[in-house]
Ligand binder design. Sequence first.
Ligand code: ATP
Length: 264
Amino acid sequence: MELRVENISKSFNNENNVQTVLKDLNFTVREGQFVTLLGPSGCGKTTLLTIIAGFQAASGGTVLINGRQVARPGPDRGFVFQNYALFPWMTVRDNILYPMKQRKVPGKEREKHLAELLAMAQLEGKEKLFPHQLSGGMKQRVAFIRALAGRPEVLLMDEPLGAVDMQMRQSLQEDLESLWLKDKTTVVMVTHDVDEAIFLSDRVIVMSAHEGKIVEDMPVRLPRPRDRQGTEYHKHKEHLVEALRTAMGRRAETAETERKLCLA
Ligand SMILES: Nc1ncnc2c1ncn2[C@@H]1O[C@H](COP(=O)(O)OP(=O)(O)OP(=O)(O)O)[C@@H](O)[C@H]1O
């Protein structure tokens, strides 16, 4: 699997005002990589992820998966939303079986894969429950394995832990990592949390507030599971915080330039 984002641009027409959110974005994600998109609020992270998912079209450029151009959503891409987006009227079992039925996986194979996924997420015995009967962490694990049930080439996750309080967040990051390590599906995740990015990712791409430009593309080669108290971990954190400052600063600089131009 190879995901290529080539010269992606996206503009919106907001009340006679054209807003360029992304401009000429380029990067490639290799098979099995866990890549995080980090950036200030409004820099275009979700927009980029939904373009990769095929939920919306880019204004320019292409997204290629294994050389094939992405034009619409497809089974090669799984998506995990911030609010999990489980079907509330379906049990855990039916939620997980849904993508397999969509792919017309034969019954026997479906049951086998379901059992594997439930074991992987430690959700055995919960299959008859409905989403409202689950804890936040369980819902998140169901959303994750439901996305894997479609056997996607790449898993796209938009702030998958965004709805969880800070205390639970670290332990869910650990759950997410151990689930991912069992499967090693290629992941592109959006977050605005520096610690989460370093804890989970092989690589962090920092986008700037101005036109979503890549201001940093940083590999994280620390051994897993990562020691949040370690010196190297802290160095990575400081580096990313600095990159985020740059990412935000560009917006301030741009605003200042625009102000000067307006005054001129
Ligand atoms: N459908 C749309 N129509 C008009 N403007 C949009 C649309 N979708 C997004 N935008 C604008 O594009 C910009 C980027 O939005 P996006 O949701 O991608 O940012 P983000 O980096 O994911 O932000 P956050 O971290 O706050 O979720 C914002 O200014 C937003 O208002």
